[in-house]
Design a protein around this ligand. Sequence first.
Ligand SMILES: Nc1ncnc2c1ncn2[C@@H]1O[C@H](COP(=O)(O)OP(=O)(O)OP(=O)(O)O)[C@@H](O)[C@H]1O
Ligand SMILES: [Mg+2]
Length: 156
Amino acid sequence: MKINLLNELETEHFGAVLWAVLPKQCLVFLNGDLGAGKTTITRGVLRAAGHMSAVKSPTYTLVEEYDLASGKFFHFDLYRLKDPEELEWIGIQDYLAQPSPCFIEWPDLGKGYLPMPDIELTLTTEGEGRIIKINVLSDKLEKEVQHHLKNNDILL
Ligand SMILES: Nc1ncnc2c1ncn2[C@@H]1O[C@H](COP(=O)(O)OP(=O)(O)OP(=O)(O)O)[C@@H](O)[C@H]1O
Ligand SMILES: [Mg+2]
């Protein structure tokens, strides 16, 4: 499934739709080049979840933790990861075991240390905007996501 996101606002709005369909515990992979919009989606999710202050890119810290009304939320950026084994050292399994969403930018850099995600999102640049490819790997979520997107919740 592919969707056009014409501007930053649409990317954030996509994040809000995602928040509406995600289960309490989930793993989301965010693929795409530098500046593709991975953090923008995450910001959209966090805004929809009620987090109104800044959303920092965890490029240097590897992970940013949010305390939402619904519980914790973990945002990873593996861009600076030198060795996927570093994920073991930071206790990735403990993060993934929590009843929280885990959003991971640059998941390919953690290959071998990450399980299969529930949703994989891939952003590419198209003219001034972006295209997002949505791959739902969790059967449970597939119907829910399809339903929301078919109902044009994604349109502004
Ligand atoms: N649909 C869109 N159309 C045009 N510009 C967009 C769109 N969505 C986001 N942007 C812009 O693209 C940039 C994306 O930045 P963002 O930090 O989200 O990228 P990123 O994929 O997280 O990059 P990095 O790999 O460096 O972390 C921002 O300047 C944002 O305003
Ligand atoms: Mg980013």
